[in-house]
Design a protein around this ligand. Structure first.
Ligand code: ZN
Length: 83
C-alpha cells in the first residue's frame, strides 16, 4: 500500500528527535506510518530497550563491553532501516 506524502522508514528514523518541529501534516504522516509499519514498530520497541540500556549503563558507569554491545545494536538497527 502506497499513500502519497507518506514518509519512508528512513525519514521517520531521521525525524525521531525533531518531531515537535515538524508541521502538523508531516507529523500526522509520520504517526500514520508508524501505526501501519511493522518495521517501525519493531524499531521503536528496540530503541526503547536500547535507551533503557544506555541509561542503565550510564548509571553504572559504563563498562566498555556494554558500549560495544550498544554500538553493534545501533548498527543493526541502521542497517534494517536502510533496507
Ligand atoms: Zn516504517
Amino acid at each position: 500500500m502506497k499513500i502519497p506524502g507518506m514518509p519512508t522508514c528512513k525519514e521517520v528514523f531521521e525525524h525521531r528527535y525533531d518531531m515537535n518541529e515538524l508541521g502538523f501534516m508531516k507529523k500526522m504522516m509520520i504517526m500514520m506510518h508508524m501505526t501501519i509499519c511493522k518495521n517501525c514498530q519493531h524499531f521503536q520497541a528496540t530503541m526503547h530497550t536500547l535507551e533503557h540500556k544506555m541509561k542503565d549503563s550510564m548509571k553504572k558507569n559504563t563498562s566498555s563491553a556494554d558500549q560495544s554491545e550498544i554500538d553493534s545494536l545501533k548498527k543493526r538497527i541502521k542497517e534494517q532501516i536502510n533496507n
